[in-house]
Ligand binder design. Structure first.
Ligand SMILES: *Cc1c(COP(=O)(O)O)cnc(C)c1O
Length: 332
């Protein structure tokens, strides 16, 4: 007999309505004890029989392509320079060149701060092909508009530790009926990341393996706080206000520059080029001494950009305090 209790079943069933409001979906929200990487692998194993197009530029676009290759898929790239977002034209050209089973892309590229115009990209994918669209929404769900049902996203996933401001260890995702239909026909879905099992678990409030209960309780608590703030839309507004605050500050200082162009900047994370006289490493160290956690770039951008996260439970007041310190450091 399974030791699954009524209490746990009630906990899982009760999570669905606020999770569906967070993800803006009528589909069940799938939960796994894994970091977001698990659901990236799941998206590919359950959605790609053979060929995958990865569109974008930056550390996490490369990461998606690497997962596709490690899962034995044929990966085709539509690369854009780091800092630029993939545009509908880029995607249209790539889809004309090659027939693919799915397109994967990163909505908010955490390594560059570039935000892909996801609604327009989804339109291109569905008008120009019958490919599924798999979306890394790790730093977008909960921070800025993502509409899986309305835009036709076939898998939309995130992890607990970024925009949701929870401890790491949970992956959350939404699968379209098309993706689950595709998965039914694939024989190498594996076991742990078989999305059909997660969909059944969400429907019946009975996980197929031991859930990370402590994290699930934390999620329940955080969903309550999100609803108390005014729901996901209030969260979007707060994130947008932080980006605008940072844009104004950068414009006033004139010494730093966003890597991503205006209109294509993530509301949750920014990558800034500091002036040549100030090294990224020194800025990160000095800010850490003052109690602020910012970081350098990822991969080849390591020494090029300063990355500032303005997501989760952070507020414009937190950002102001950081900018005051940065002002001091820039003055020397
Ligand atoms: C952090 C991050 C990931 C990886 O998530 P894990 O939870 O570490 O597996 C993937 N994509 C993006 C855009 C991220 O920011």
């Amino acid at each position: 007999m399974s030791p699954w209790s009524e209490t746990a079943a009630a906990l899982f069933a009760g999570l669905q309505p606020p999770l569906q409001r967070l993800f803006r979906t009528r589909e069940p929200v799938l939960l796994a004890a894994s970091s977001a990487t698990g659901f990236a692998e799941a998206a590919i194993r359950n959605g790609v029989p053979r060929r995958l197009l990865v569109a974008g530029g930056g550390f996490f676009a490369e990461w998606l392509a690497g997962i596709g290759e490690a899962c034995g898929k044929e990966v085709v790239r539509a690369r854009v320079p780091a800092g630029r977002a993939v545009e509908p034209d880029d995607l249209e050209r790539a889809l004309t060149r090659v027939r693919v089973d799915a397109v994967a892309l990163v909505h908010s590229e955490t390594s560059t701060g570039a935000l892909a115009p996801l609604e327009a990209l989804a339109r291109v994918v569905h008008e120009r092909s019958d490919a599924l669209l798999l979306v890394d929404a790790v730093t977008s769900v909960g921070a800025l508009p993502v509409e899986p049902d309305v835009w036709g996203l076939d898998f939309t996933f995130t992890g607990s530790q970024k925009a949701l401001a929870l401890p790491p260890g949970l992956a959350l995702g939404v699968a379209s009926p098309r993706l689950l239909e595709r998965a039914r026909g694939l024989t190498d879905r594996g076991w742990y990341f078989d999305l059909l099992k997660y969909a059944e678990a969400a429907r019946t409030a009975r996980p197929t393996q031991t859930p990370a209960l402590s994290l699930v309780y934390a999620l329940e608590r955080q969903l309550g706080r999100i609803e108390a703030e005014g729901g996901v839309e209030a969260r979007w507004r707060r994130h947008r206000a932080m980006l605008e605050r940072l844009e104004r500050w950068v414009a006033e200082r004139g010494e730093l520059a966003f890597l991503a162009p205006a209109g294509r900047r993530s509301w949750s994370v920014s990558a800034l080029r500091p002036p040549p006289r100030l090294g990224v490493g020194a800025l990160v160290r000095e800010l850490a001494r003052r109690g602020f956690a910012v970081t350098g770039g990822l991969g080849e951008l390591e020494h090029e950009v300063l990355r500032i996260g303005h997501m989760g439970d952070l507020t414009p007041a937190h950002l102001d305090a950081l900018l005051d310190e940065l002002d001091g450091l820039l003055r020397v």
